[in-house]
Design a protein around this ligand. Structure first.
Ligand code: ARG
Length: 474
């Protein structure tokens, strides 16, 4: 019988029950539901709303439920509508009368907001640490490849010389922004909604700050109607996850291309590639492809949440129960993707020789050649045109510019001297790009140091924990 059955003359239709229930997926919130309930019971006793011995009984009961769920002796199979009713129901079965006092001055509407925020707080921290791990793997590789010259691309065409370290630090920069976004989102998750009741708070003399302190929240929500109808914090986290997945997807795309025989710049470790069931020669980059594919799924979840919330009248509506599966799916997938991707990338081999060879074939020092003429006094537009004709000739001859003899170069401009060869050397071309943010070894070292500093602290430096007082009773 449902807890709210008192008002109804008929039993709920069996299929409506299946339609309505959320226990099958919100059961993952059990730890936070129990922790939140314990804090609520402690507050009720402190304020004299329930008796100290009633609270003790409740706390003992909650602790037992938590232990039994964790040791597998309690399963989520009693047909309860959701995790909140499940915990309260088991509690009442176990401790009797006092169990019925727990829900005083509380509604499932503020309870679900509390549980979700507690869960997302923890998850945001875990995702943060996984992004950090990936940044560390990227910066380690970058350090190894500070002198690995490669062609930087635009339009997937070889463009100008950079190093692989510089290229990698572009990805590190994206993931650093993800870290700061997660931190900012965390601050908006870390707000305590309990005490908002169903929507109009309560007449009981509760103390919301005490509950917030017990649960380690920085602040309490401002408005009870908003507190029970807001899901911005979940949407924001799912958006942060979408951007992480988008970044992973771009990185993945490059790994897929580069590991093909056409490029051959990356060799994936056998443990992170798969074979084909029919083509014996195949070694497929499935991990990278799945990361790229799962980005689509993450964006879908974001759209799900935005669409569920759009047009909802205040305050709580049951539509909001639909937030959970999308949020959980995004969290599970980004964590799994980050973990596997990190190991896949750590174990791959970068073929510096192939990157270098490809760099020498793409006329990527053409800009440097024009800059050389500019330094000798020619206007840039004229230099650009001159080098364009040289490149056209080189394409015909199938030769890089630096292989043309000085006499040939002089036919295009008398400003060419023997120092042109030094100017065209790819290592020198990269080395001269000394400006902050550029690919020279010095500039890249500054980038690596900045990224390392940004990613130096684990999430424990900003993720709040529940108080010792509360931890002591659970
Ligand atoms: N299972 C519900 C959810 O996830 C909990 C809140 C239900 N509140 C209500 N009044 N039906 O949203």
């Amino acid at each position: 019988m449902a807890m709210w059955a008192g008002r109804f003359a008929k039993k709920l239709d069996g299929r409506v029950n299946d339609y309505n229930e959320s226990l099958s997926f919100d059961c993952r919130l059990y730890k936070w539901d129990i922790t939140g309930s314990a804090a609520h019971a402690m507050m009720l006793a402190k304020q004299g709303i329930i008796k100290p011995e009633e609270a003790e009984n409740i706390l003992r009961g909650l602790k037992g439920i938590l232990e039994d769920i964790e040791n597998g002796s309690l399963r989520f199979d009693d047909g309860s509508e959701d995790i909140h009713m499940y915990v309260e129901g088991i509690l009442t079965t176990r401790i009797g009368e006092d169990g019925k006092r727990l829900h005083t001055a509380r509604s499932r509407n503020d309870q679900v907001a509390l549980d979700t925020r507690l869960y997302l707080r923890e998850q945001a921290g875990e995702i943060y640490n996984l992004v950090r791990d990936l940044i560390n793997v990227i910066t380690d590789k970058a350090e190894e490849h500070r002198e690995t010259v490669m062609a930087g691309y635009t339009h997937l065409q070889r463009a100008q010389p950079v190093t692989y370290a510089h290229w990698l630090m572009a990805y590190a920069s994206m993931f650093c922004r993800d870290l700061s976004r997660l931190k900012e989102t965390y601050a908006r998750i870390d707000v305590m909604p309990l005490g908002s009741g169903a929507l109009a708070a309560t007449t009981y003399p509760i103390e919301r700050e005490y509950v917030a302190n017990l649960l380690g929240f920085k602040e309490i929500t401002l408005n009870s109607v908003d507190a029970v109808s807001d899901r911005d914090y979940a949407i924001e986290l799912v958006f942060d996850i979408s951007l992480i997945m988008m970044h992973l997807s771009r990185f993945a795309e490059e790994i897929i291309l580069w590991s093909s025989s056409e490029y051959g710049f990356i060799e994936l470790d056998d443990a992170y590639s798969t074979g084909s069931s029919i083509m014996p020669q195949k070694k497929n980059p499935d991990v990278a492809e799945l990361a790229r594919g799962k980005a689509g799924r993450a964006f879908g979840n974001l759209i799900t949440l935005l669409t569920v919330m759009k047009g909802l009248p205040l305050a709580y509506n049951k539509d909001m129960q639909e937030d959970k599966e999308a949020v959980f799916d995004s969290i599970d997938n980004v964590k799994l993707t980050l973990e596997v991707f990190c190991e896949m990338y750590k174990s791959c081999t970068i073929r510096a020789d192939k990157l270098r060879k490809s760099a020498s074939l793409g006329f990527i020092n053409a800009t440097d050649c024009a800059d050389y003429l500019v330094k000798k006094g020619m206007a840039f537009r004229d230099a650009y045109k001159t080098v364009g004709s040289i490149v056209a000739f080189c394409v015909k001859e199938q030769k890089p510019i630096e292989e043309l003899p000085l006499e040939t170069l002089k036919e295009y401009s008398d400003k060419f001297e023997s120092d042109i060869y030094e100017a065209l050397d790819l290592i020198n071309c990269v080395g001269r790009r000394l400006v902050p943010g550029g690919p020279s070894k010095e500039s890249v070292e500054i980038q690596i140091a900045a990224v390392k500093a940004a990613a130096s602290k684990p999430s424990s430096s900003f993720v709040s924990e529940i108080s010792e007082e509360l931890a002591g009773v659970l």
